[in-house]
Design a protein around this ligand. Structure first.
Ligand code: CIZ
Ligand code: SF4
Length: 303
C-alpha cells in the first residue's frame, strides 16, 4: 500500500510534466483503473484518444487499442505500459487471408471488429465495436459483409440483420471459455440473479442472457436495473466499474477463468515507468495508419 502511494504520487507528477492523459480499459487491474483519467471500452477510449489535447496518451489496454489511439491521434505520443500485452483474437486474422477472402467476394463490405491490428484495419471498409456493431452493419449499403475476426460476435450480429455475413473463425480465448454448464450452475446457485453477457461468448451462452451487450452496455444495464444481483459473463476487470456504479448490488462472475491474461500484463509500476522513460511507444507506419484511419473515422461517424 505504501509503495502504491509513492507510485501514485510519482505518476501525478509525471503526468503534469509530460502533459499526459491516462486511458484505461475496463479490463485493466484495479490499481490502474483507479488512477486513470478515463475508463472505458474500446469505443469510448477511441473517442477520447481522437478528442484529447494532451501531448501524450498512455493507453492501458492491449496493443491494438494503443494502435487505434495512435492512428486517430498521429501527432501525439502514445505509450503503453508493456509491449507484450497483445490480443490473441486480433492475431487470428492475417492480411493474406483477408485479401483472399476479399478476392472471393468482391462485392462484400469488410466490417472489422476494432480488436484487430492496424494492418487489418488498413484492409477494412469500416470498423466496429461490440457497442455499435449493429448500427455499423446497418449503415453500409452492401447486402454482403465480410466480418473479421470474431465468430461469436459475428453470429450474434447475424441474428439481428438480413445481410449475408461471411464470418472469420476467430474468437476471444477468455470469453469463449465460458460454457452453458458454468452459467446453469451459477443460475441454480443464485436464482434471483440476472445473467448479463458479452457477445464475444459462445452463441449458446449468449442465448441464456437476460441482457446481451458490450461492456458499456452491461455497465449501463446493471446500474439502471431494479435487480440487485447479477451473474456476469465478461472479463472480471469489469467488476471495478460495476462496483463503483452500484456499491450495494452483488456481482458474481460466471466462472473463475474470465480473466484476460494480456490485459493483466500491465500494472501500476509499469505504468509509472513508461511515463518516466517515454517507452515503449506505439509506432504505426504512416501509409498503414492513413488507410486504417479511414475505417476508424467512418465508424466514428456512424450515429
Ligand atoms: O474483449 C475485449 O477486448 C473487448 C470487449 C473490448 C472492448 O472494449 O470492446
Ligand atoms: Fe483480446 Fe479477449 Fe483479451 Fe479482449 S478479452 S483483449 S478480445 S483476448
Amino acid at each position: 500500500a505504501e509503495q502504491n502511494r509513492e507510485l501514485r504520487e510519482r505518476l501525478m507528477q509525471l503526468k503534469k510534466e509530460r502533459n499526459a492523459i491516462i486511458l484505461a480499459h475496463y479490463y485493466q487491474r484495479d490499481e490502474i483503473q483507479e488512477v486513470a483519467d478515463f475508463r472505458g471500452d474500446s469505443f469510448l477510449l477511441a473517442q477520447k484518444a481522437a478528442a484529447t489535447d494532451a501531448d501524450v496518451i498512455v493507453f492501458c489496454g492491449v496493443h491494438f487499442m494503443g494502435e487505434s489511439a495512435k492512428i486517430l491521434a498521429p501527432n501525439k505520443t502514445v505509450l503503453i505500459p508493456d509491449e507484450r500485452a497483445g490480443c490473441p483474437m486480433a492475431d487470428m486474422v492475417n492480411v493474406d487471408g483477408l485479401r483472399k477472402l476479399k478476392a472471393q467476394h468482391p462485392n462484400a463490405t469488410v466490417v472489422t471488429y476494432i480488436n484487430s491490428s492496424a494492418e487489418i484495419k488498413a484492409e477494412t471498409d469500416i470498423c466496429c465495436t461490440s457497442s455499435n456493431a449493429l448500427k455499423v452493419i446497418n449503415s453500409v449499403e452492401s447486402d454482403e459483409i465480410i466480418w473479421v475476426p470474431d465468430k461469436n460476435l459475428g453470429h450474434y450480429v447475424q441474428q439481428h440483420t438480413d445481410k449475408k455475413m461471411i464470418i472469420w473463425e476467430g474468437y476471444c480465448n477468455t470469453h469463449d471459455m465460458l460454457t452453458v454448464k458454468d452459467v446453469e450452475e451459477m443460475k441454480a446457485k443464485y436464482p434471483n440473479a440476472q445473467f448479463v453477457v458479452h457477445p464475444e461468448c459462445r452463441p449458446e451462452v449468449v442465448a441464456l442472457g437476460d441482457y446481451v451487450g458490450s461492456t458499456t452496455g452491461i455497465l449501463e444495464y446493471c446500474k439502471n436495473s431494479d435487480c440487485q444481483e447479477f451473474i456476469v459473463g465478461t472479463e472480471d476487470g469489469t467488476g471495478y466499474q460495476l462496483r463503483v456504479d452500484s456499491p450495494n448490488k452483488t456481482f458474481h462472475f460466471a466462472n473463475k477463468y474470465l480473466v484476460c491474461p494480456n490485459m493483466k500484463v500491465n500494472n501500476l509500476k509499469k505504468l509509472v515507468k513508461c511515463l518516466e522513460t517515454m517507452q515503449p511507444q506505439i509506432y504505426v507506419p504512416p501509409t498503414v495508419a492513413d488507410q486504417a484511419r479511414k475505417s476508424l473515422e467512418r465508424m466514428l461517424q456512424v450515429k
